[in-house]
Design a protein. Structure first.
Length: 265
């Protein structure tokens, strides 16, 4: 394909992705009440003394247009998430023609694993929100009470989910670096203590709440996932080491050259 054809192809993929996001956003707008309840559930699950209005779970907005813009934000976030299979497929279809067959096989596995890990990170973040809010809002004592602005609360929730979801992609990056020969499993094992220390430092800095529970909830699964990545890298390195030297430069699905020289008796 020429450069112009690539640009036309990219435009087509982008348009399809945007249409999918618009459709899912419109559908999510019709369910914004349920989405709002889902987002505010961690805060509403806290005891009454954490809130100004004791018998109700109330989040406030300060502007006239805020109820409308907040509803649009909720619908847009839900729409992008719901349309992720479509726009990920469009990205895949745009990249696939430039890959060899064995690269397509690895890419398919990596795309599937990436979606799974991203979803696991987002779910883990959501289930840790209540503990993080419990720790942070627990400092409101001595006559202080909380009356949260919904925009700031929504930003906090989205930041937590994104940080957890992206951080859970760590093992995918480690395995990819091992498969292309950048790092070996032995080196990954030697770096283990330093990586674990770095993960806890990253979790302490990256989490918006920065409370000990949320930091541990992010760091411990990352350490476990790193260990799983090291195991996968070890299996891969041992498999590569068992290959005959004649075929070490060949991919798994690539045919070896035929020796057409006659055998000498």
């Amino acid at each position: 394909m020429t450069l112009a054809e690539h640009l036309y192809e990219l435009r087509h993929r982008v348009i399809v992705s945007l249409v999918a996001v618009l459709v899912t956003t419109a559908v999510a707008y019709g369910f914004h009440g349920q989405i709002l309840h889902f987002i505010t559930h961690p805060y509403c699950s806290l005891p009454d003394h954490y809130r100004l209005v004791k018998d109700r779970c109330t989040l406030v907005v300060s502007g006239v247009l805020d109820p409308f813009t907040v509803t649009l934000k909720l619908a847009l976030y839900a729409g992008v998430l719901a349309a992720s299979p479509v726009w990920l497929y469009q990205v895949w279809k745009f990249v696939t023609p430039g890959l060899y067959h064995h690269e397509r096989r690895w890419a398919t596995s990596f795309v599937a694993a990436s979606v799974l890990l991203f979803g696991m990170g987002a779910a883990f973040a959501y289930f840790t929100l209540e503990k993080g809010l419990h720790f942070l809002l627990g400092f409101a004592s001595g006559g202080l009470t909380s009356l949260l602005n919904f925009n700031s609360y929504l930003s906090f929730v989205v930041a937590m989910i994104l940080i957890f979801a992206v951080s859970f992609e760590l093992p995918l990056l480690v395995v990819m670096l091992n498969l292309v020969g950048v790092v070996s499993a032995e080196r990954l094992r030697r770096w283990g203590r330093g990586v674990i220390f770095g993960i806890f430092v990253f979790a302490a800095v990256a989490t918006p709440s920065q409370d000990p529970f949320t930091m541990s909830a992010l760091a411990i699964p990352m350490c476990v996932l790193y260990g799983i990545a090291v195991v996968i890298a070890t299996v891969h390195d041992r498999r590569v080491a068992r290959r005959p030297a004649l075929y070490e430069d060949l991919a798994d699905d690539e045919l070896a050259p035929i020796d057409d020289e006659p055998a000498i008796p």
